[in-house]
Design a protein around this ligand. Structure first.
Ligand code: CMC
Length: 424
């Protein structure tokens, strides 16, 4: 054992190996802790617990670094297409021209969703939240697409990448009272999604390259983020050997929460509420600092980024560019900038290292692209899909054991049953 950590418990000492990641990240390997000491560790919210060794995404929260398979998020967001990044995450390397063409073509071969799935969809109320609908539809895929007889998940991976955008647009179409659109496979991934969202039988949709490029960038920025809440959920569900569809559906549900992906919808709603209330940002900063108010500044703070979120920097610039290119003057952008400036100079936020996260400005861009507010988190899910798939695949390839944390029991000790008539 070259490097180790020593633990003293009573008069005994125990040694545990230190393992080092490829970016010099250090971890104490406690796999034998309970066998050797009879103790477990407790770490609410897994703030200090590594659940796996992963080769997919590197993130340094102090330095604000994010890399997919070694490539910086800045470079990928600037130069790559979303499908290229999806391939990189899922298969480990950037695709060659031939590999890319094959990947894109196989996705195009599977964009149509089984018509019988529409019958399930028709049963949802018109105002159902699209995240609930999406997770149910993805889960239902396990009943319709039973997979490759060889036991490989390759076809399921392609089907998910192909059909999730198609199904995601159904909720929007229904909310508008419009018929759903079928995919148009002559379009690229992002343009196809936009066409399914916005084309009408009476008015074909002309894909605006500014809009399509902005969507491409947003999806790349969301594509993976190592062991966050939804990704850990996908790995945990998959560790029981549940299907890829069941695992991804669970990930969509985890993402829907306002502390995670649901924050992008909450941010716009918060900015709108501040605008309606006269635009006094200081009032909301004060509320966010008051623990009794129950109010948090949505789009601020992050479990791992403690200096800045590199995705937020890219998105802020993209928001400015997109709004300028589309000639949109969104009044909430001014409120967002004021709120950001006020928070960044406020002792409460500085001391807690609370900075704008990826969700702070993404809603402003989505809105400029014409995406309705309750679809924002669905957009996040479409972006995160290749990351979830890659993490699920890695978990399987590593033959990871079923995820099963322990606990420290703090409930009642043994007591005798009292019949109902004798209870006070
Ligand atoms: N507004 C006001 N105070 C905050 C905020 C906020 N947005 N975020 C954290 N704090 C305070 C918190 O009250 C605590 O204060 P104290 O130490 O006095 O008790 C301190 O900062 C640390 O917060 P925490 O809740 O212990 O930190 P966490 O790592 O458990 O939570 C977080 C991280 C992202 C859930 C949290 O910052 C938050 O709720 N942010 C708002 C929701 C949001 O924007 N979520 C999107 C995250 S990025 C995209 C994604 O993950 O999907």
């Amino acid at each position: 054992m070259s490097e180790f950590a020593e633990l003293s418990l009573g008069d005994k000492k125990y040694q545990f190996p230190v393992i080092t990641g490829s970016e010099d990240e250090k971890a104490i390997d406690i796999a034998k802790l309970r066998d050797e000491t009879g103790h477990i560790t407790i770490d609410s919210g897994y703030k200090n617990t590594g659940a796996t060794k992963s080769a997919i995404t590197f993130l340094d929260g102090e330095l604000g670094i994010l890399r997919y398979r070694g490539y910086s998020i800045e470079e990928l967001a600037e130069k790559a297409s979303f499908l290229e990044v999806a391939y990189l995450l899922i298969y480990g390397e950037l695709p060659t021209t031939a590999q890319y063409a094959e990947f894109e073509n196989s996705i195009k071969m599977h964009t149509i969703v089984n018509e019988d799935m529409r019958k399930i969809f028709e049963g949802f109320p018109v105002n159902a939240h699209p995240m609930g609908v999406l997770s149910a539809m993805v889960c239902a895929m396990s009943a319709f697409y039973t997979g490759d007889k060889s036991g490989s998940d390759e076809l399921n991976i392609i089907r998910l990448m192909a059909k999730m955008p198609s199904m995601a647009t159904w909720s929007y179409k229904k909310s508008q009272g419009h018929p759903v659109n079928y995919p148009n496979n002559s379009l690229d991934y992002c343009s196809n999604f936009l066409n399914m969202m916005f084309a009408l039988p009476v008015a074909p949709y002309q894909v605006n390259p500014v809009v399509s490029a902005a969507l491409n960038k947003l999806l790349i920025l969301h594509a993976d983020h190592e062991q966050n809440c939804s990704t850990s959920t996908v790995r945990l569900v998959g560790s029981s050997h549940a299907s890829l569809y069941a695992s991804i559906s669970a990930g969509i549900n985890a993402l829907s929460g306002p502390l995670h992906g649901g924050a992008n919808q909450e941010v716009i709603e918060m900015l709108e509420a501040i605008k309606e209330d006269g635009g006094d940002t200081s009032k909301y900063i004060a509320m966010a600092k008051d623990k009794n108010s129950g109010f948090r500044l949505m789009g601020f703070g992050h479990r791992v980024y403690k200096n800045f979120d590199p995705r937020a920097r890219i998105i802020k610039k993209a928001a400015d560019d997109v709004l300028a290119a589309l000639g949109i003057n969104d009044p909430v952008l001014k409120i967002a900038s004021e709120l950001e400036a006020a928070a960044l100079s406020d002792e409460y936020f500085v001391a807690r290292k609370l900075y704008p996260n990826v969700d702070f400005y993404s809603g402003i861009i989505y809105r400029a692209l014409g995406i309705p507010t309750d679809m924002f988190t669905v957009m996040f899910a479409i972006g995160r899909l290749p990351g979830w798939i890659a993490q699920w695949k890695e978990m399987k390839a590593n033959k990871e054991p079923i995820g099963r944390p322990r606990q420290v029991y703090v409930g009642a000790t043994e007591r005798a049953y009292v019949s109902m008539s004798e209870r006070a």
